[in-house]
Structure formats: C-alpha cells, structure tokens
Design a protein. Structure first.
Length: 255
C-alpha cells in the first residue's frame, strides 16, 4: 500500500512538469490523450522514491493519493505502452513482474543482483544443512559462501545469532579482522554495545571496529588514521538494518 499525504491534486501544483516536458519532447505523444495518465505515473514513481520505494507493485492499492485520472493501474499501463514509455527500445520506465520502476533503478538492481549472485556459493538444499540449528547452519554457510543474508522480525534472535557466530570465529582465530556496520549511528551503537558486552562476558580481548557504512566507505577511500582497517582488509563484515541501506551505498560497499 502506497501512502502519501492526503490533499487535492491540482495541475498548477504539479512538481514534475519539467520531467513530463522532457518525456513529451522525446516521445512526442498526444498530450491531450495521455498527459494526465503520464503525470500520475511520474508522480507515483518519484514520490515513492522519496520514501525509499523504487519498485511499485501495481496490485497494491494507492491510498491517500489523489490521481488525475481514474483506472489505475490498467489505463495507466495502457497509456505507458501506447506512448512508448514502456516496452520500447529507449523506454525510461520498466514494467516487469507486476512492478513499475525507473530504468535507472532497474539496471542498478540487476547489476547489484549479479554481483551478489557471484558471491553466493551454497544451496540450502544441500544435505549438510538439513536438521541443523540456526547457529550450526550459519557456521557451515560461512565455510561455503562469501554472502549470507539473515532475515527476521524484531526479537527473533538475529543479533544473538550473529554474536554467537562471531564468538565462534574468534575462538578459532584470534587474528580475524571483523567489522560491524549499519546505515545509522544509532543502529551501529546498538550493535557495538551488544557485541562488546558479549566479548567482555566471554573474556575476549579482540578489537572489532564498529562504524556506519558511510564511515566505512569514506575510510576505505581516504584511509583515515582513526580506523584500524579498510573494508577490503576485513575477513568479515556484518551489516545490521540492511533493509535501510540504499542501492548506491550498498554498491559502494560490495565494490
């Protein structure tokens, strides 16, 4: 469900006229027939982007968002197709698998997906993972893959699982280089506090650098003396609150 502030939409208040004008100039479509449908789509895409949503599920109901034209999404998709804004050689908008996206985000997503796929070297259907606890499964996965994603709601034990795994790695290698990251200082501080508490409880003296992703990236570019390691020097990087990380920051991290 896409939620925006409720207010009556007036064409004179339309904030994306310059984008519409550019598309109209390039694709030369019938302004009278298609303009309001196209303006609706542009506004949905760019307002969603402001809220961190880059792929629009067309089956989701748009609430508290007044469109110029009724008939979403069927008539709007029809207008996009007939104007060449989707399904043509130079389409700036992509419609695939029930979602709409600007071409820049679609291509960025495909690029990152390809890079991540090259790091995944395991198959959970492998017999070695059967009947394993979460901890043992994660421990085994670390032997088979350069990338592991842990998903779960609040309070499901993600942080505990990560800390258990870190302690296990330290017990086997006191010289391992581990970094902790998160998109915000608050999230980073929360992880830092939890890990340092467990390290102290287990009488571990190892140093683990905890910084925001922005700080890690800047340090890797400019090698700040405040940091002990660069991203490329780490054996393991743990990123908390991954759902809050944007495409550009994540791409810079994996690069």
């Amino acid at each position: 469900m896409i939620n925006f502030k409720k207010h009556k939409l007036d064409q004179s208040d339309y904030n994306y006229q310059h984008i519409y004008n550019t598309l109209k100039k390039i694709f030369d479509f019938d302004d009278k027939k298609y303009s309001l449908y196209i303006k609706d789509v542009i506004r949905i895409l760019f307002e969603s982007e402001k809220n961190g949503i880059t792929f629009i599920d067309i089956e989701q109901e748009i609430t508290n968002f007044e469109l110029f034209k009724k008939g979403w999404p069927k008539l709007h998709l029809k207008a996009l197709k007939e104007t060449g804004l989707i399904d043509s050689k130079n389409s700036p908008i992509i419609f695939k698998n029930g979602t709409l996206s600007l071409i820049k985000w679609f291509e960025k997503f495909e690029e990152i997906e390809k890079k991540l796929s090259n790091k995944v070297k395991y198959n959970l259907n492998n017999p070695i993972f059967e009947n394993n606890s979460d901890f043992n499964k994660l421990k085994d996965l670390l032997e088979y893959s350069d990338l592991i994603l842990i998903e779960g709601g609040p309070g499901t034990g993600k942080t505990t699982l990560v800390i258990q795994s870190i302690l296990n790695l330290i017990n086997h290698n006191n010289f391992i280089k581990i970094g902790i990251a998160a998109p915000t200082g608050k999230a980073t501080g929360r992880m830092k506090e939890a890990i340092e508490k467990e390290l102290h409880r287990n009488d571990q003296k190892i140093f683990i650098e905890c910084q925001t992703l922005h700080s890690w990236i800047d340090n890797s570019r400019f090698k700040s003396e405040k940091f002990r390691f660069k991203l490329s020097e780490l054996d393991l990087l743990v990123i908390d609150e991954m759902s809050m990380v944007g495409f550009d920051i994540f791409e810079s991290t994996i690069n």
